[in-house]
Design a protein around this ligand. Structure first.
Ligand SMILES: Cc1cc2nc3c(=O)[nH]c(=O)nc-3n(C[C@H](O)[C@H](O)[C@H](O)COP(=O)(O)OP(=O)(O)OC[C@H]3O[C@@H](n4cnc5c(N)ncnc54)[C@H](O)[C@@H]3O)c2cc1C
Length: 423
């Protein structure tokens, strides 16, 4: 029976491990943290309620995660976005709608270009934006949308990367359509339960020795010998493991082409969904400052909650001032947008992912090396018996839970074909 070590128990590593196990392999999963789930996590808020502090939302256009949720009997909670949204700084709904439609058109115009279009050569997203004739408010709405979703500065992101990545995010229904009543983390826990004792928590892989004959994966407490290893962690995090011999230069360079984004997720729990009494959906988009977004993430009307995200350079800037300052700033923004009731939450949970040691700082790492057009394919090819996968490398929904599952399954195909028929 082939032996395989999977490093990382996020949705990518767990999905890969289950597929490998199903194919007959003897799998060990090494996870650095004391829990599985990676960028999906749940914690108790100040009221003792278990809430999603990482990845949470899925939609009908994400087939693998939806299939998994249904297979595991998860109860879906449909998001309620009825009512008007609020645009900040305050502007008429008509003007806000014009800016929103303009920024969507701008995004479509960008995506209509091929990532290999020579006119994009050497151009960042910010460079491309400067060349567009759109009004300033449309450009500002585009910037806040992109910095809020990709969580890095437009000045750093190659235009070809954004196009290549965004084209793989193909949902037509809203991506915030559902969350899981029992939290997304509970789905990760169920996958880990299926794997049983082969998941080793609090055992970060520190060194991987690899040769044609197999691999030795070192942790602080043990050494695992295997026929192959799948490093199922984001590219920037994968780079920090000590590989012996060192990785082939092209692969090392491809892993070095990325930067982690920065995001802070704030969950403000209220006694009642006061925004609905004003005919509002709870959704707030900020054109200024760039990278802010809030929406109703209530589990039901007895659990009124707003999710507030700070993404990109703004998250880096706010992080410098500490948690209390983030709390005060978030509250102040919500009060201006939704009224004084927003200043009286029953609980406010802050999860700052910026500089997260094990998963990078945001929804995904992003390529910032202009010349690294082949970085993803080089990493996906790996250096057998050493393989790599993470949501970032997925052909569909990179940076999402769906992408993590797809990337994990896809990586198993490469491993199995290297090992041949392991039955
Ligand atoms: C705040 C936030 C909100 C998000 N919201 C959504 C959402 O609503 N919907 C959605 O679809 N996606 C969302 N995402 C993105 C989504 O959560 C991720 O894209 C996805 O979960 C990534 O899965 P992964 O397995 O590729 O990586 P990870 O989840 O990062 O898993 C990697 C695992 O490897 C472990 N690890 C790292 N280094 C080592 C080592 N040396 N040895 C052993 N283990 C190691 C880590 O601890 C981690 O468990 C969100 C992410 C964040 C941070």
């Amino acid at each position: 029976m082939a032996k395989i070590v999977v490093v990382g128990a996020g949705f990518c590593g767990l999905s890969a491990a289950l597929a490998l196990r199903q194919a007959g392999a003897d799998v060990t999963v090494l996870e650095a943290r004391e829990r599985v789930g990676g960028r999906v996590e749940a914690y108790a808020n100040g009221l003792g309620e278990i809430i999603d502090t990482g990845g949470q939302f899925i939609c009908d256009d994400m087939p693998e995660v939806m299939k998994r949720a249904r297979h595991n009997g998860a109860t879906l909670v449909e998001s309620d976005f009825s009512g008007n949204y609020v645009a900040q700084p305050e502007t008429s709904l008509q003007e806000a709608e014009r800016a929103r439609a303009g920024s969507t058109a701008l995004r479509e115009r960008m995506n209509s270009l091929s990532p290999d279009d020579p006119s994009l050569s050497g151009m960042t997203v910010a460079d491309w934006l400067t060349l567009q004739d759109d009004p300033d408010e449309v450009k500002a709405a585009f910037r806040t949308m992109i910095e809020g979703l990709w969580c890095v500065s437009l000045e750093l992101m190659p235009a070809w990367y954004l196009i290549d990545n965004d084209r793989r995010i193909t949902n037509e229904v809203g991506e915030l359509q559902y969350s899981l009543a029992g939290t997304m983390q509970s789905l990760a826990d169920q996958l880990a339960e299926e794997l049983g004792a082969s998941v080793r928590l609090a055992e970060p892989a520190t060194r991987i020795e690899h040769a044609d004959g197999g691999v030795r994966v070192q942790t602080d407490v043990a050494c695992y010998e295997a026929d192959a290893v799948l490093v199922a962690v984001p590219p920037m995090t994968a780079q920090r493991i000590d590989y012996q011999p060192p990785l082939p230069p092209r692969l090392a360079q491809a892993l070095g082409a990325w930067q982690s984004g920065a995001v802070i997720k704030v969950l403000a729990r209220y006694a009642r969904p006061f925004w609905r009494e004003k005919g509002l959906s709870g959704m707030v988009t900020w054109r200024e400052p760039s990278g802010l977004f809030a929406f109703d993430s209530s589990r039901d009307s007895n659990h009124a909650q707003l999710a507030f995200f700070i993404g990109g350079p703004l998250a880096v800037a706010w992080s410098r001032y500490g948690e209390q300052a983030i709390r005060d700033a978030a509250k102040a923004k919500l009060v201006i947008a939704l009224g004084p009731e927003a200043g009286e939450p029953l609980d406010m949970t802050i999860r700052n992912w910026t500089d997260d040691r094990w998963s990078g700082g945001a929804y995904s790492d992003v390529i910032i090396d202009m010349a690294a057009r082949d970085a993803e394919s080089v990493i996906r090819a790996g250096a057998p018996p050493l393989f790599f996968a993470s949501s970032e490398l997925s052909p569909s929904f990179p940076g999402y839970i769906e992408g993590a599952i797809v990337a994990g399954r896809r990586a198993t195909t490469g491993i199995l074909s290297m090992l041949g028929d392991i039955d």
